[in-house]
Design a protein around this ligand. Sequence first.
Ligand code: FES
Length: 179
Amino acid sequence: MSSEEETSQTSSSSSSPPLSSSSSHPPPSHFIGKKEDIVKAGRVTKLVNGCRDVLVVWHQGQLHAMDMRCYHSGGALQYGDIEEFNGRLCIVCPWHKYKITLAEGEGLYQAVDDPTVKPLRTHWRSKGVKQRIHKITEINGDVYVTLNDSSEAVESDVYQTERYRTVLLKAQPVPKNKK
Ligand code: FES
């Protein structure tokens, strides 16, 4: 993959929370790769701007970008399956099967009406935004990510610190078939 480039051009193809940039300039976009390569790979991970590990996913004709490590406990989302729950596309964390919507980063779960009543009646609910979603831009076959730098804390931020990357990550297990 080519080295990181920056551009101030924007042409959105995915939504993201508001940015808190104090400058009047648009936030920089970072080159991820050629779209054809990302489509072929299905998933690409990249350290963006030297500070954020981002997962870019190609699924059903759309690109999505989010923090690479799961908000629950830092699971490697690049190895997660993509499934639809309650009509919403989610990446399923390979560690403990948490479901995260690709478009918004919401954590979904199944709530039970009354655990004493059999058969159980369940409903899909949202825990709110748990995974930081980033903005994807495509320009002439090149794919860029603009980091979502909203000052509002998102739980997946915990796994994006330098300490986590350099110290704690070394203890993270890698699935045998993904080494
Ligand atoms: S680390 Fe992702 S579900 Fe636990």
